[in-house]
Design a protein around this ligand. Structure first.
Ligand SMILES: Cc1cc2nc3c(=O)[nH]c(=O)nc-3n(C[C@H](O)[C@H](O)[C@H](O)COP(=O)(O)O)c2cc1C
Length: 168
């Protein structure tokens, strides 16, 4: 490798993304983690994926449950983003405690106040270096209110506004 991991990370941080929360429910416990590796893969069939460190509790629960929810974060949900990224003092297994959400038709948490929600059935999990790729088929969708999105860029959360007359 002709470069340092630190430089790789910093170069990737120049790629601006949205932020989602991936959730699941397994053996009576709700799990959630902040994710920016989420992407759409295919419209027909409807496929999406995210990449996860296999060490986390949420990816383990997603693999066990075979289903995950995606909640697309709005600009005013930075606290939720930080909490489910483990950036607060809240104990890992208590992170979901008291967070307002509803359940999707298939029973995964959809966080309140988001821009949109997906319910996804896991189709394939690939080992990919130090992460796993979680490919899933979208089984339910819902659109939320028209807020501005939460963005992640350069390790920060800059703001943009939803363009007037945009699609979707
Ligand atoms: C903006 C942002 C994006 C993140 N994206 C990912 C991601 O795509 N994949 C991942 O494994 N962790 C990602 N993380 C880190 C996880 O949210 C964090 O490790 C979390 O504690 C995992 O939760 P868990 O232990 O319940 O699995 C991200 C963190 C932040 C702040």
């Amino acid at each position: 490798m002709s470069f340092e991991t630190k430089d790789f990370r910093q170069t990737l941080s120049r790629f601006a993304t949205g932020v989602v929360v991936v959730t699941t429910h397994w053996q009576g416990h709700a799990y959630g983690m902040t994710v920016n590796s989420f992407t759409s893969v295919s419209l027909d069939p409807p496929l999406v994926l995210f990449c996860a460190s296999p060490r986390g509790h949420t990816p383990q629960a997603v693999r066990d449950a075979g289903i995950y929810g995606v909640s697309i974060l709005a600009v005013d949900q930075l606290d939720l983003c930080k909490r489910l990224a483990g950036m607060t003092q809240v104990e890992e297994m208590d992170r979901f405690e008291g967070l307002p959400h509803t359940l999707s038709p298939g029973g995964v948490p959809w966080m309140d106040g988001c821009l949109g929600w997906l319910e996804c059935r896991v189709e394939q999990v690939w080992e990919a270096g130090d992460h796993q790729v979680m490919l899933a088929r979208v089984t339910q969708i819902r659109r939320g209110d028209d807020h501005d999105p939460l963005l992640f860029f350069h390790g920060q959360w800059p703001t943009i506004q939803r363009p007037a007359g945009g699609v979707g």
